[in-house]
Design a binder for this molecule. Sequence first.
Ligand SMILES: [Zn+2]
Ligand SMILES: [Zn+2]
Length: 752
Amino acid sequence: MIIPKCNRFSISGRSITPHLETFIIGQTSTQRAAPAVWLRPERSNLAHRETLEFHKAITFWYKQLSFFLSRALSVKTIFFFYFCVVFSFSHCCLANADNEHNSRLDKAAFLFNQGKLKNAIAEYRKLEQLMTVPKEPILNLALIYKNLRQYKKSILEYKKLLAIAPDKIVYANLGEVYYLNAMPDLAIDAFNTALKMGDKGEMLYFWLAKCYEDKGDWQNAVLHYKRALGINDEMVLSLQGLGNLYVQKKMWAQAETELKKIKKLDPSMLFVYPALALAYFSQAKYDLSLKAFRHIRAYDPQNKEAVKYIDKIYQLAGKDFKSKLLKKEKSRIADSHAKKLSSKVISGAPLVRVCIGRAKKLRFKCASDFHIYPVGKSSKVLFSGNADTLCKVCLNNGKLMLSLQQRIIKQLPLKIIIAPQSSILIFGIELGNGQYWANKIDRIYRGKIEIMPDKNGEFKIINIVNLEEYLYSVLPSEMPSSWPMDALKAQAVAARSEAYVKFGRHKKEGFDFCSGVHCQSYGGANVESKDSCSAVDTTQGEIAVYQGMPIDAVYSNSCGGHTQGNIFAKCDNIPYLQGKQDTVAKTGYSFPLAPFALEDWLWGNNLSINCDNREFSRQSNFRWTRLYKRKELEKLINKKLSVRGLIAINILERDKSSHIKSIEIVDINGRFIVKKELVIRRMLGNLRSSMFNIDVKLDKNGHAEEFLFYGGGWGHGVGMCQVGAATMAQKGYSYSDILKFYYTDIDLKKMY
Ligand SMILES: [Zn+2]
Ligand SMILES: [Zn+2]
């Protein structure tokens, strides 16, 4: 919620004319009390204001001149004329001073986003001299010094603000910097002052809990985490703090409760899986523990701890445990069947080849009778099978063997096609490699399956379907089918357009698309639904075009409030991929954001933003946090680099939207520059997005101890924001309106 500033405070203490509107963002954050920030009008307002000023001056002088000429000169009129000159001159001077302040503030924000923090500091210092009551530059300085981990300087700036006027939010921010600088007692005092002044935000209790944890006061830490959760029971940071304290104390049942809540609220927090698996193991819940450790192996195949624990579980769980599992697996396979699906022949729809996995063996059942033939020779049938028969193709010593009901019956050529008349059920397909949702499950596919040799003694499993049938599965894999129909239709057109442009991107590997997020998620026919198929059917063959050419209609779950300009193609400027605020209303934010506005943006909620909608998205998809111990973060970074004694992660450059373009990882031996949003996110533990900021907690010796990442959005943020699209559809916008909002100057075209 944005409240016109004139209803709340005066920025500078001097008189502000009514048209000089400024805004203050109230404490609307669900996560923590936002700093008291003062935002200037958006650029468009500024330009309008200057024009208005000029127009007013001209009108004023025209009126005075007419008055002067129409009357005879007298002492009274001369005096009046003199008064008017002085009034108008002082009025214009004030406007000019404001214009100068605003342009300097803009310049400082720009420099800050370019990573030129010293220059930004110099600009704010100049403003501090120029402004009568310089709250805005001082607040920005305090936050830049926090980013630079120059906490003593940051503390001085906050003290300057408190000397201007005591403010509970400034006390809360001061407490945070004291805490980061390993001064928990001073931090507790500052937080308690903020509490006395009426700040009841959950972040205040969270920081107090962290201070008590720092002092080794376990009971008070637990108490304050619980107080924070009493205000907001979905506060992941406090659940993490509480869960970790219970793990440290080996209170496994309590730890399990808190960790399960985190898993539900933000399943992308990878630390939760090993902790939960261990909590199950320690309570002898072996089946749950085994499932949890297997999941860890699925997203992190190199994880040796998980293998160790899986072995331990088999040893400790008793003789029957393994045989029970095998029995369960056998009955699952016997009871699973492929579904009969009506296949549509759509004239003009191209066939696509999707790699759905790699394996050494493939177990399958078809919903109808099927044939196997060599690639390229459909008339040469090698084998004809019956519906619902369990079959297996297996690569053994370079030979592809076919088994039926566990009996080898035939050797096959290395490249074959399995062609059912209806669908095929494939057992144990691995999906989401490296992602938290990685899993091995049974999946049904339309079309045909091609087997093609790959490296490491494995073969590729390629599903061949027409584009519309491919979209039947992409759509519900990428967007919940329960979302409004126009959002589903916009998603269908975007996915079809992206497929058109990226067709054959894996050609060298022998297929068109992979089944992961690199291309578009494709989970087979299991996930198909009536509504998503209907959205594909009603937009059949329709794509988005720019100047007649299909567009690369990229999309992501949540842009975090401002979509990012193109970051993918070699050419930076793709006219239809322009970053913009994800709203048709006004937010009061002016991009690029100044340090204080960025802080407020990343911690706050803003219901005028399309993707800030709990109906379609978890809180953690819009605003998220990650808290790492230094060693934990080093371990993540060291999957790619070799870092020792991590000191800092500095942000070198941001897009106008606040998404980060490059960072610098500093350790005791030097620095690494890391570029590109996906590389940055993966290196730092699969962060939700590249729109974030970092707080570094130091220990008593001034060494980095903990890193808190706080950010916004899920995914790259370029093109269509899916949650935003759902909100627009909910408000009554058509799929065409939605697509034209997210992709600039496009048209829709039917290809078949
Ligand atoms: Zn791909
Ligand atoms: Zn969005």
